[in-house]
Design a binder for this molecule. Structure first.
Ligand code: DLL
Length: 439
């Protein structure tokens, strides 16, 4: 495949030019943030740093970090850097206490984000002749909207399917000759399996590429998906706080994801000490957004652990590459593409009158995540009348669904039946690790 780029000038810019551009944008962005966001002004004042102290990327380390907790504390408008009337969109991610992180976008922010996604689609071989089936969820989640916008920018015929309804998904894929599939890797694997069950072979569909992300997946999974769908499978990374998918994306080399460095500065830090680590070392990924108007973030700690590489890439892109996330430095789990924190589960249990004695068991069966929660009943509530228990399980399941956005299977168990630990309680048993998934 010939090397093609959506924005060649930016994507193949020499390193010195990227760094010069980043420095210029950083100076402006810090001033924008300091002048317009009291929360940042307070953080910077507390650290004794003023916009005049930032002359370029060499001064980045002087700025304070910002964390998910800050975003929750500032909910909903505390980090907004423009007038609300300048914003055209919000997206949101789940939060630990029911407070979600809400990210705002101006039209300029939406355009920049969609261009990042368009770069990913072109890197996967997409152009205006393609039919791009977007099977990420649409709504508050950024997956659907991001790839949808990117697909429009490339000029593909866009199939806005959203996730689920696999039979319809397959019917449109076959009838409308979809050539690019965008969804979570686990959903792609499930679609592959369903095709097989229907007696359809990989060569029966017109797909050539898939753009899969939003959750950890392995090289083995990539091979399986490529085989079952007859495609090349590309990874894409991003997070709501920074716009959504497209912060980084894979090229034909499929060896790490190029970070859109004209819009984001990436750093790797030691998650314990905050010390900045040299390129090539493993640590927590920290991003500074250089162009976002409404919801700019300086030195945002993603909690994703990975390694960066400046090694030259045969695709011609000069942007630094990141490995797949190799784990997290917090306790967030990604289950069926949804971010789940154990503390959310604990909040629901306490609100519903249960004790916080519970265990979360996550696994992946037939390419779909399973999600079970064992919850101890209180002595006074315990009975062995199955009907009563089933009703209470359903009630709790509904409360969990309202908090998390996905349905766990609840199992009420006898008091004191969950093993007590002498040290840190083992709340989560993630069996997906046996599949080599970096949870
Ligand atoms: O997952 C945005 C996205 C949508 C990315 C579609 C790619 C495709 P959040 O829901 O805010 O945003 O979750 C962000 O998901 O910090 C990572 O831990 C994880 N994540 C995202 N992409 C990948 C990936 C979207 N390719 C969190 N591999 C991030 C592994 C990923 N983990």
């Amino acid at each position: 495949m010939a090397n093609r780029y959506f924005q060649p000038e930016q994507e193949t810019m020499p390193l010195e030019d990227i760094q010069k551009l980043q420095s210029e944008k950083l100076v402006k962005q810090v001033k924008h943030v300091y002048d317009n966001v009291k929360y940042y002004r307070d953080l910077m004042d507390a650290k004794g740093v003023k916009p005049e102290d930032i002359h370029g990327i060499e001064d980045l380390h002087k700025l304070p970090f910002i964390k998910k907790d800050d975003l929750r504390e500032a909910y909903p408008y505390g980090l907004l850097a423009t007038d609300l009337s300048d914003c055209v969109r919000i997206h949101s991610t789940s939060g630990t206490t029911g407070k979600r992180v809400v990210a705002f976008y101006t039209q300029h922010d939406v355009d920049m984000w969609e261009e990042c996604c368009a770069r990913a689609i072109v890197a996967a071989g997409g152009d205006e002749n393609d039919v791009c089936q977007v099977a990420y969820g649409y709504g508050l989640f950024t997956g659907g909207a991001g790839l949808h916008g990117g697909s429009h920018k490339v000029g593909c015929l866009t199939l806005p399917m959203s996730s689920g309804n696999t039979d319809r998904q397959i019917q449109f894929m076959m009838d409308l000759n979809a050539t690019i599939l965008c969804c979570t890797p686990s959903y792609a694997a499930y679609i592959g399996e369903t095709l097989k069950e229907k007696g359809l072979k990989p060569e029966d569909n017109k797909l050539k590429a898939g753009i899969f992300g939003a959750e950890p997946w392995t090289e083995e999974m990539r091979h399986d998906i490529e085989k079952s769908l007859g495609i090349k499978a590309y990874d894409i990374y991003g997070l709501t706080e920074l716009s959504g998918p497209g912060v980084s994306f894979e090229c034909q080399e499929q060896k790490g994801m190029h970070i859109n460095e004209d819009h984001f500065i990436a750093e790797i830090i030691n998650p314990e000490t905050g010390e900045v680590l040299p390129v090539g070392e493993k640590g927590e990924l920290v991003f500074t957004s250089l162009d976002k108007e409404a919801f700019p973030l300086l030195r945002y700690r993603t909690r994703d652990i990975c390694v960066l590489s400046r090694e030259k890439c045969s695709c011609g892109r000069t942007f630094i590459r990141m490995t797949k996330p190799l784990g997290r430095s917090d306790d967030m789990m990604i289950i069926r593409g949804v971010n789940v924190f154990p503390s959310q589960i604990e909040t629901v249990l306490l609100n519903c009158g249960y004790t916080p004695n519970y265990q979360i068991i996550v696994d992946r069966v037939n390419n779909t995540d399973t999600f079970d929660i064992n919850v101890e009943m209180k002595e006074e509530d315990f009975s062995d009348i199955p009907v009563g228990i089933t009703n209470r399980e359903k009630e709790l399941q509904n409360a969990m669904k309202a908090m998390l956005g996905i349905n766990p299977k609840i199992h009420l168990v006898a008091p004191k039946s969950i093993a007590r630990s002498e040290g840190k309680a083992v709340r989560v048993i993630d069996k997906r690790k046996r599949l080599g998934i970096n949870v």
